[in-house]
Write a protein that binds this ligand. Structure first.
Ligand code: NDP
Length: 326
């Protein structure tokens, strides 16, 4: 495993990390979740990503139980939570980025994960109904109380990030150290273009999500939707419609061309897709997702592929992906 600093913070994150979305507490049983977390940890993964909204809190309960029983030293791993979405049938104040929800969601996450502090606590989306100042102050206070070590954002615009930094600088508050944007061969513009000035000014870290576009970049959807895949999972119809909706024909054609590149490098599509994300120095860590231990083992092998991504290969990949990428 290799480790990278999370932006300009002193926190070292494994270049490959592991997240619980869709799988923990929902798609897979607890013994599989345990095997996945242990496989990741044994490979040197030190960051486990979670959120209040994942399986309505169950993903954190499952992860917390595994962490508790693992015997791993608390200092050997980083665990995150995120607040914003709340749960499905929530009332006012049980969602968003108000001081009330951020503090209550943090307390709930600490209980579910059975830890004394969250290493990373994210604003899962921007909240137009709450002043950014209120959010910055609440995050700062959680840090000074020792309940959170670092805070970050997920899918905030560059303008919202710039406003948060200005507020934190002006008032001497702890500022966000990381963004968590989607980044993969088919979703590039925000990280590569929109955030460029923010990276330059602040050296913001990134913990990127859906590196394989929910599986599209593994080639598994080339001939339809396999049974028991994510896009076949109950409740994920909205994602299926997104991933296999507008523009997917062109993307599936691109996946086939990428498969040929992977073959020429003597590797697999999933490894190529993950290694391509890692090749971007703006990526601090790639959060892997997996419903089976074999997938995780496969994807962890992306580290070996990284040195094979020469400028000529990256150019070839770029020519395939850029025309179909958002
Ligand atoms: P990916 O895009 O890599 O998708 C992972 C899924 O793809 C797996 O669960 C599996 O689904 C399939 N897959 C992965 N590897 C293989 C393989 N080698 N062969 C075949 N199928 C494979 O990542 P995620 O979308 O899961 O995102 C990773 C993490 O990022 C999440 O767990 C979460 O922590 C975070 N995240 C954050 C978001 C945010 O808003 N901040 C949003 C989304 C994710 P299956 O087997 O079921 O088909």
């Amino acid at each position: 495993m290799i480790y990278r600093p999370l932006g300009r913070s002193g926190l070292q994150v494994s270049a490959l990390s592991f997240g619980a979305w869709v799988t923990f507490g929902k798609q897979i049983g607890d013994p599989v979740a345990k095997k996945l977390l242990h496989t990741a940890y044994d490979a040197g993964v030190n960051f486990f990503d979670n959120a209040e909204a994942y399986a309505d809190g169950k993903a954190e309960l499952v992860m917390g139980d595994i962490l508790k029983k693992s015997g791993w030293r608390r200092s050997s791993y980083i665990v995150s939570s995120k607040a914003f979405f709340g749960w499905e049938d929530d009332k006012p104040n049980q969602t968003g980025l108000s001081r009330k929800h951020l503090v209550e969601a943090c307390h709930d996450a600490l209980k579910r994960l059975q830890v004394d502090y969250l290493d990373l606590y994210y604003c899962h989306r921007p909240d137009p109904a709450t002043p950014i100042l209120e959010t910055c102050r609440a995050m700062h206070d959680l840090i000074t109380q020792g309940k959170v070590l670092y805070w970050g954002t997920s899918e905030w615009s560059a303008a919202q990030l710039t406003e948060a930094f200005a507020i934190c600088d002006r008032l001497g508050l702890h500022a966000p150290v990381t963004e968590q944007p989607q980044y993969n061969l088919f979703h590039r513009a925000r990280l590569e273009k929109e955030y460029a000035p923010v990276f330059k000014a602040r050296g913001l870290g990134t913990t990127i999500w859906s590196p394989l576009a929910s599986g599209l970049l593994t080639g598994k959807y080339n001939d339809g939707i396999p049974k028991d895949s994510r896009l076949d999972t109950k409740g994920m119809e909205w994602l299926r419609d997104g991933v296999l909706g507008t523009g997917s024909k062109q993307k599936l054609a691109a996946v086939k061309k990428l498969a040929a590149v992977a073959k020429s490098l003597d590797t697999s599509l999933p490894r190529l897709g993950v290694a391509w994300c890692l090749a971007n120095p703006r990526v601090s860590t790639v959060i892997l997702g997996a419903s089976r231990p074999e997938q995780l083992v496969e994807n962890l092998g992306a580290l070996d592929v990284l040195p094979r991504l020469t400028p000529a290969i990256l150019k070839k990949i770029d020519a395939i992906s850029r025309p179909v990428a958002a």
